[in-house]
Ligand binder design. Structure first.
Ligand code: SF4
Length: 418
């Protein structure tokens, strides 16, 4: 990644533009300084810079030497080294150490046939007749794959296809004699503990050509009079979300939200299974609307907060300071002074706390170690309301419990009869 200006059709937005060409015009209405950015993005940018620094060094430098160093607005921590940089760098190092390997790092590349369309790819490595297009992902919230299963189809990662096509166009000599183009996402950590760090797929020149043709059509639509708006997972990082009618229309639906029948007029209402089912459906529809509205609220809130932080005026809103928290000015000095006043060591320092299973799993993954499963137990913290498809361990309702019991009873009595 680089600080240079972004292209409206650049690699990082290719997946969105392909599926929602209308987003390009809508995003142009959002002041640039309010486009998505967060502490987390600062951290990701810093990690990219640290990786680039490691790769660019002529001599191998120990990865841990970067701990405490500041890249951009963020200082690299020991956890960042162990969980992200060490595993990612050791994968890259093996490729770069192959005799004859050549590479481009943080290379700006121009996409063919669409004006003002460029991007900066993280790493391009050539080994014999193969080119590796590598993209580092240091975010943890969303797992990114080079090839995503989608029903009967597998969807190739648009950002990697973009960089592959743009690199081939911009660096023709580097691609001379190339037979295989290997697209790779390197994502050391995600919230899914079982995910692999490396996601890779090999594509042909013909597949890059197909992508170029499809992307040209999407970009032409984006510039047309009435481009399509289509919501989907690609909305997650779209800065037009607070003003997009695909997301604001649930506000209107919520205003028109009504309960279907005046149940208080008849005491027998809940005695009618159909009527009760209808009411429960209304609850579900209301929850869906509330979720959609909540997402829109979050998007509005984030952008208004960013505007206020930038010193802009959002009429009727202001930033308020949080509760003051007190800290030791210098922990060592404070400990020495307090001990001399008669405090015991245990008065000042809490017992050491073991890291969580998740934290140690991340370290195990980075070091190729395996945690014996018998060391871990799991406990559920309680019951919460979730969409059915997001429920891992369902808690059965009374109907389901009754059904499960009657099924078990039927099997039992059948067996007893035999
Ligand atoms: S929020 Fe989603 S639907 Fe709306 S413009 Fe952005 S990508 Fe398109």
């Amino acid at each position: 990644m680089s600080p240079q200006a972004h292209s409206p059709f650049g690699g990082s937005v290719a997946a969105r533009v392909l599926r929602c060409p209308g987003s390009v015009d809508l995003i142009s209405k959002v002041p640039p300084e309010l486009h998505k950015s967060s502490d987390y993005a600062d951290r990701g940018t810093s990690m990219h810079m640290a990786m680039a620094a490691l790769i660019a060094e002529d001599v191998h430098v120990p990865v841990e030497s970067l701990a405490g160093k500041k890249f951009g607005d963020y200082t690299i921590t020991h956890d960042d080294i162990e969980n992200f940089l060490r595993p990612a760098y050791s994968f890259v190092e093996k490729l770069l150490d192959v005799p004859g390997a050549a590479y481009y790092l943080d290379q700006r590349v121009i996409f063919p046939a669409i004006a003002n369309t460029f991007g900066t790819l993280d790493l391009l490595i050539r080994i014999d007749h193969t080119v590796h297009v590598i993209d580092f992902k240091f975010g943890v919230g969303v797992r990114v794959l080079a090839l995503t299963p989608d029903g009967d189809d597998d969807v190739l990662n648009s950002q990697l296809l973009f960089y592959g096509a743009a690199a081939r166009h911009s660096l023709p000599e580097f691609f001379t004699g190339i037979e295989d183009i290997v697209l790779t996402i390197l994502q050391p950590v995600t919230t899914d503990a079982d995910s692999e760090m490396v996601s890779t797929v090999t594509v042909t020149h013909a597949e890059l050509d197909e992508f170029i043709a499809a992307y040209r059509v999407a970009c032409a639509e984006a510039l047309s009079e009435a481009p399509r708006l289509k919501a989907g997972p690609w909305c997650r990082f779209c800065s037009a979300r607070p003003i997009c009618k695909e997301h604001t229309k649930p506000l209107l639906d919520l205003a028109a939200f009504t309960v279907p029948a005046p149940w208080s007029t008849t005491r027998a209402f809940f005695g009618t299974p159909t009527a009760k089912e209808e009411y429960l459906k209304v609850l579900a529809a209301g929850l869906e609307l509330a979720d959609a509205v909540k997402d829109t609220c979050t998007a509005l809130h984030d952008q208004a907060k960013r505007a206020l932080e930038n010193g802009d005026n959002v009429p009727g809103y202001a930033l308020s300071n949080g509760r003051a928290e007190r800290y030791w000015r210098d922990e060592i000095t404070a400990q020495v002074a307090l001990l001399s006043l008669g405090f015991e060591h245990d008065d000042l320092v809490e017992v050491e706390v073991m890291r969580s299973v998740k934290q140690i799993e991340l370290r195990a993954k980075a070091r190729g170690l395996k945690i014996p499963p018998e060391l871990i137990i799991s406990r559920r913290s309680g019951v919460s309301l979730k969409r059915s498809e997001n429920v891992r361990v369902p808690v059965l309702g009374r109907d389901e419990l009754a059904r499960a019991f009657s099924e078990a009873l039927a099997v039992f009595t059948e067996e007893a009869r035999q």
